[in-house]
Design a protein around this ligand. Structure first.
Ligand SMILES: [Ca+2]
Ligand SMILES: [Ca+2]
Length: 362
């Protein structure tokens, strides 16, 4: 029996290792139906509107009406601008405390024990009272189809049967939270297109939820979800600081320098390395062998957001064209990595400085 367990554990370890290796080596062919988790908070340009759930909250008005909102206005669903609620409606065949429409409202920063607003003046809160729910909200965003996307948001809950404090437990509702991306841009929370991250209890303290998925259309939709199993007195959920970014490495295809053979010198030029996606990404550069030029970089590796300066010295070089190739990789590998930059130095008899562009003459 013990042996069997060991074999099972080993095979799981091996398949995990294999999966990690595949993910590490084929980032650009990352399959649509797969999902990566475990990166840090998304970074780069945020594709979401009102990511911090600030501004004037207002009642949700369902475009086609809603049975839970008889007058056509959901007055108990006070939403942050740009965010749309979803919830599973109560089934009249169920007891009244099973699956209710939550009440949505802005969390108030006056509550600091524990903290309910992570940044700014508000966070999106919703809750059910002595009942449970399956609910959340979503936002659509325009993206480039095929882009690898990072979606992250901070969330936590207060799930408790008591009023002794504003902390979860000792009897909690087994409240779980998770987030998802519909890479096809749909707005139906039950769609099988949605790629959901793993769910977890995240009580009393903001924790980061983060997933990655590949866009399959020019619009994608990000979702949050929560479900308390038990209808305890307080099942309150809080979300703040959402981020949707593109995971990629981008560098210029080429950099060129022109030098006058009679005016040798050292030329420096920035090498912009655009590396976005999630926290903790870094890059490393190397010079391909076989070039006729040896550029140097102010740094050969660094974190995302920091780019090196390239230096070329034309001292001692006769008239001609000199080339080198830099290879830039990201760690971990992301779409666009490895990338190459073609470096060219042209040493010419005379550099004619026109206004622009720089032209050379023989
Ligand atoms: Ca906020
Ligand atoms: Ca408590």
């Amino acid at each position: 029996m013990h042996k069997l367990v060991m074999v099972g554990t080993l095979s799981l370890a091996l398949s995990l290792a294999t999966m990690m290796a595949v993910l590490a080596n084929t980032a650009s062919s990352f399959p649509n139906e797969s999902l990566r988790q475990g990166g840090g908070e998304c970074q780069g340009a945020n594709l979401l509107l009102n990511p911090s759930f600030e501004g004037q909250y207002s009642a949700y008005i369902p475009p086609n009406g809603h049975p839970d909102c008889p007058a056509g206005i959901c007055n108990t669903a006070q939403m942050a601008p740009n965010w749309t609620p979803w919830w599973l409606s109560h089934d009249p065949d169920d007891p009244p405390y099973i699956i209710r429409m939550p009440e949505y409202k802005p969390a108030d920063p006056i509550f600091t024990d524990p903290i309910r607003v992570r940044t700014g003046e508000a966070a999106q809160q919703y809750f059910t009272f002595f009942s449970n729910h399956k609910a959340g909200f979503y936002q659509q965003a325009a993206v480039a189809p095929g882009a690898l996307l990072c979606f992250s948001i901070w969330g936590h809950s207060w799930s408790a049967q008591d009023d002794d404090d504003a902390y979860s437990g000792p009897e909690d509702g087994h409240l779980v939270q998770k987030i998802g991306i519909d890479p096809t841009g749909g707005t139906e929370w039950q769609s099988t297109n949605i790629i959901w991250g793993s769910e977890r209890e995240q009580y009393d303290q903001y924790g980061l939820f983060e997933i990655q998925a590949i866009a399959q259309s020019p619009i994608v939709t990000v979702f949050v979800y929560s479900y308390p199993e038990f209808p305890v007195k307080h099942n309150d959920v809080y979300w703040d600081d959402a981020f949707l970014s593109v995971v990629e490495l981008r560098v210029p295809a080429s950099l060129a320098v022109i030098a006058d053979v009679d005016l040798p010198g050292v030329f420096t030029q920035p090498l912009p390395i655009e590396l976005t996606g999630f926290a903790g990404l870094s890059w490393a550069a190397s010079l391909e062998p076989g070039g006729t030029l040896t550029p140097t970089l102010s740094a050969w590796s660094g974190p995302a957001g920091e780019s090196p300066t390239m230096t070329i010295d034309s001292t001692g070089l006769v008239t001609g064209t000199y080339t080198a190739t830099l290879t830039i990789v990201s760690e971990p590998p992301v779409p666009g990595s490895p990338a190459t930059v073609a470096i060219t130095l042209r040493v010419v008899p005379e550099v004619a400085y026109a206004y622009l562009p720089i032209v050379t003459k023989d």
